[in-house]
Design a protein around this ligand. Sequence first.
Ligand code: TXA
Ligand code: MG
Length: 311
Amino acid sequence: MADIERLDPSPAGIRRATELLRKGALVAFPTETVYGLGGLATRDNTVARIFEAKARPRLNPLIVHVPGLEEARAIAEFDDAAEKLAEAFWPGPLTLVLPLKPDSGISALATAGLKTVAIRVPAHPLAQALLQAVGHPVAGPSANPSGKMSPTCADHVMDNLTARVAAVLDGGDCPVGVESTIVATTPKPTMLRAGGVPAEKIEELLNTKLEAHSGKINAPGQTLSHYAPDNMLRLNADTAAEGERLLGFGDVDGDLNLSSKGDLAEAAANLFRYLHTLDAIEGPIAVAPIPEEGLGVAINDRLRRAAALKF
Ligand code: TXA
Ligand code: MG
């Protein structure tokens, strides 16, 4: 393992993380969804290093993190729907894809040269403190090697990202556990990725159905095989077959249970941690059925991609 500094969730830890980020180094930090691999979004060479650290295909754009709506307005154009969504769900697990302002200062590498930018205001107190202290937008993909499972604790980052990361700000387990919901508002409100804010809540607020993703933007979280464990994954299993470990949910109990009381928020928070735990041991993994509603949509999306055959 490379020499990654583990920083305490203290004022001193935040100061050190801030200093490293301002120098252009990469610092993994906790958000309420998953850990992000942070670097100044305004610096080409820092952003390039993020792609290198993740071995991520260059053309896939990154989410830009800012502490609040005011900082977001300096980067992106907000239409009425975007205003409403930001007001209702920020800070929180929602990313908005909006037209990029020409003088935003964001590295074209971070947006992959698109005319839009994905922007997020995380609610996690450490992410908030860090973003406010840094005073510049921070690009932050999930802090995992490209195509692998997302990290929901500092150890996941330290065990899997071995190069080019200076430090991890250790905030313990991420409370939401699946990535942010990604919505574009123009030309029509469109769901780009299911996530921490259920689609139903967004549709209720905007009083309209969200369009489904057209598939035009080749986003890594949208590729069929993603979040891939090393072992085989079988979905919708009511029992474990010979040699399988079962990840349970509700009444379908297993070696681990995402939520024995059938609570989808608890299941989302446990999802990647339990998959990481089971995947550390060789052998196939089966997963109990998860209802396709609320946060279950995001959980099933991650599970389907994790189970998809890799090519
Ligand atoms: O919860 C999250 O969103 C976490 C935490 C760290 O904030 N971040 C995260 O980032 O999941 P990442 O890079 O793993 O996923 C970002 C997704 C990708 O699928 C990317 O292609 C998409 O956002 N994206 C970024 N910019 C976009 C744009 N302009 N248009 C469409 N999709 C975009
Ligand atoms: Mg990711």
